[in-house]
Structure formats: C-alpha cells, structure tokens
Design a protein around this ligand. Structure first.
Ligand SMILES: Nc1ncnc2c1ncn2[C@@H]1O[C@H](COP(=O)(O)OP(=O)(O)OP(=O)(O)O)[C@@H](O)[C@H]1O
Length: 294
C-alpha cells in the first residue's frame, strides 16, 4: 500500500527550479532515506508531500488524499528542518500540549522513554541544549501515533549518543509498523536506519536503490597528478579536469586507475588519491544522468 506519492512533480520558486519532474513513492512500513547535498530539493519534496507547499506541476498524495486536507494529515507526523519550542514551557508541558490535538496520543512517559528524554520532562525548553531541543522536536512528530513520519535532517547537530537515542526511537516506530521518510546529507545516517535510499540532486531523482547499491555509486575517488602531456584513454574515468599541468580524475576504482597509470607508463608526478566529498560524488552521478541534448 502506497502511503505517500509524488507523480512527475515540479516545483518552482520564481525562476528557481527546485524540483524537476520527480516521481517518488513510499510503501507502508518502509523507512526511506532521501539523500542529497545542500539545495538538492529534499526539503521541498518533504514540504510538498506533507502539504506545506503546493507543486507547480504534477500531483502529490498523502494517505490516499490531497496532503493539504486535514483528513489526509490526521495520521501524519512531521519534524521540519527548523522548529521552535515555546521557551517557557517544560518538556512535559509541550508534550501535553501537542498530545491534546490527538484522540489517542502516545502516553507521555512512553514517548519520552522511547526517545531517551525522560530526564528532561521538568526542564523548560528554553534552557535545553540545541541537541536536546532537536530530540524533543523529533519526538513530537510521534505523539499522535502517526502512520507516516517525515523527518527533515533529524540528527543534524547532535552528538553521537543523542543521535543513537533518536535512531532507536525511529527504529522502534518502524518495528511497530510505522513508515518513515527522513532526509540527510550523510549516507552513513541513512545506512544506520534505512535499506532504501533515494538520491536527489539538482531537483531530480538520481538514484532510487538499496543503500549498498548507492554506496557503490558514490564511492568515488579523486586521483590528482601532474602531467604535462595528454593522458591515454584509460577505463573507469568518470570525469577529468585540467588545471595547468595538474589533472584531477574522478573514478569509482582508484586502485585500478593507479595500476593503469603505471602500466601505461604515464609520466606522472605528485600523485594524490583521496575520497571525494558526497557533493563531488553526486556531481559524477548527475553527469551520468544528465539529459542528452535533443
Ligand atoms: N522559499 C524558497 N524561495 C526560493 N527558493 C527556494 C525556497 N525554498 C527552497 N528554495 C531553493 O530551492 C532549492 C531546493 O531547496 P531545498 O531546501 O528543497 O533543498 P534541500 O535539499 O532540502 O537542501 P538542504 O540540504 O540545504 O536543506 C534550493 O536552490 C533553494 O535555494
């Protein structure tokens, strides 16, 4: 059963094309990671699916209806990228306040326990650390026993222990049959929770696959070397860029490229091999998926 769907969705902000023909579906019980660099369009997709914004073209559906209608949103939980908590209220009071909006909320103790927040129940939210506030904000998405939860960068800024508390809370929700969509810049985070990852870049879906498959796609290395002359036609070079005598090559198999450079007796100097940033890896994927000119 599909709980959320975007069908050929485009979203513009003025001249800016934030989403460009995105199709994306979430099945009941799935935990899906949306992975992409800054500005890729992840938040825009989440905002459309949760009814906070309207698509410019295409259709979005949440729990079988228009995400902007109250009946579609009744079983939805969301933690946006930025949240605010009323500073003078205690954590327990904020949970009570949010719970009051639902017919059958999770008992406060159970919610706080699930997210490792029990000790904070009497603390005013204004006095919490950034990480504690974030954990409260994420926990609040689960108060109303939602069927589907969207978490936009839930663990940004959290230390390792706080992140683990959140991951445990998210996992236990899914183990109980819940559905989760979360966004992240980090494949490691998605890997800890999800089996399926959807890579978004430049407003488009670049990959929709298992975490293992996407790890292979983004395991790109940058091989840099000084070379005055031209490079022979070697296999496995995803892109090459020249800066004077310095050549930068992107490849998914750096060991093989280095062996080939030696085997072809390429007269290189100052060889350097390093993992690429996720951004560089995404660029490589983007180039592979760039639309061909008509
Ligand atoms: N309200 C807005 N007005 C104008 N442009 C916007 C608006 N919201 C988003 N954008 C632009 O749309 C593009 C996609 O933004 P979006 O926030 O969806 O990306 P993201 O993948 O969530 O990025 P990040 O990881 O930085 O949060 C960006 O270029 C952004 O600047």
């Amino acid at each position: 059963m599909i709980l959320a769907r975007a069908l050929d969705v485009t979203r513009r902000y003025g001249d800016k094309l934030a989403l460009d023909g995105v199709t994306f579906e979430v099945e009941a019980g799935e935990l899906v990671g949306l992975l992409g660099p800054n500005g890729a369009g992840k938040s825009t997709l989440v905002n459309l699916l949760t009814g906070l914004r309207r698509p410019t073209a295409g259709t979005v559906e949440l729990l079988g209806g228009d995400p902007r209608l109250p009946q579609s949103r009744r079983h939805l939980g969301v933690t946006p990228q930025e949240t605010g908590l009323p500073a003078s209220l205690r954590v327990g009071e904020v949970v009570d306040f949010v719970s009051a909006h639902y017919d059958d909320p999770l008992p406060k103790g159970e919610l706080l326990d699930r997210f490792g927040l029990s000790e904070l129940v009497r603390r005013q939210t204004g006095g919490l650390s950034g990480g504690e506030k974030r954990r409260v904000a994420v926990a609040l998405a689960f108060v109303g026993r939602p069927r589907i939860v969207f978490l936009d960068e839930p663990t940004t800024g959290l230390d390792v222990q706080a992140r683990r508390f959140l991951w445990d809370g998210i996992r236990s929700f899914q183990a109980g049959g819940g559905t989760v969509v979360l966004t992240s810049h980090y494949l490691e985070e998605i890997e800890a929770l999800a089996r399926r990852v959807v890579v978004i870049g430049g407003g488009r879906v670049l990959a929709d696959d298992s975490v293992e498959a996407v790890r292979g796609l983004v395991a790109v290395h940058r091989v840099s070397l000084d070379l005055a002359g031209s490079l022979p036609d070697l296999p496995g070079i995803a892109s090459s860029e020249r800066d004077g005598d310095r050549l930068h090559l992107l490849t998914a198999d750096a060991d093989r490229l280095v062996r080939d450079l030696v085997a072809y007796e390429v007269p290189f100097a100052h060889l350097e091999v390093r993992p690429t940033s996720l951004e560089e890896a995404f660029l490589t994927i983007t180039e592979d998926h760039a639309p061909t000119a008509a």
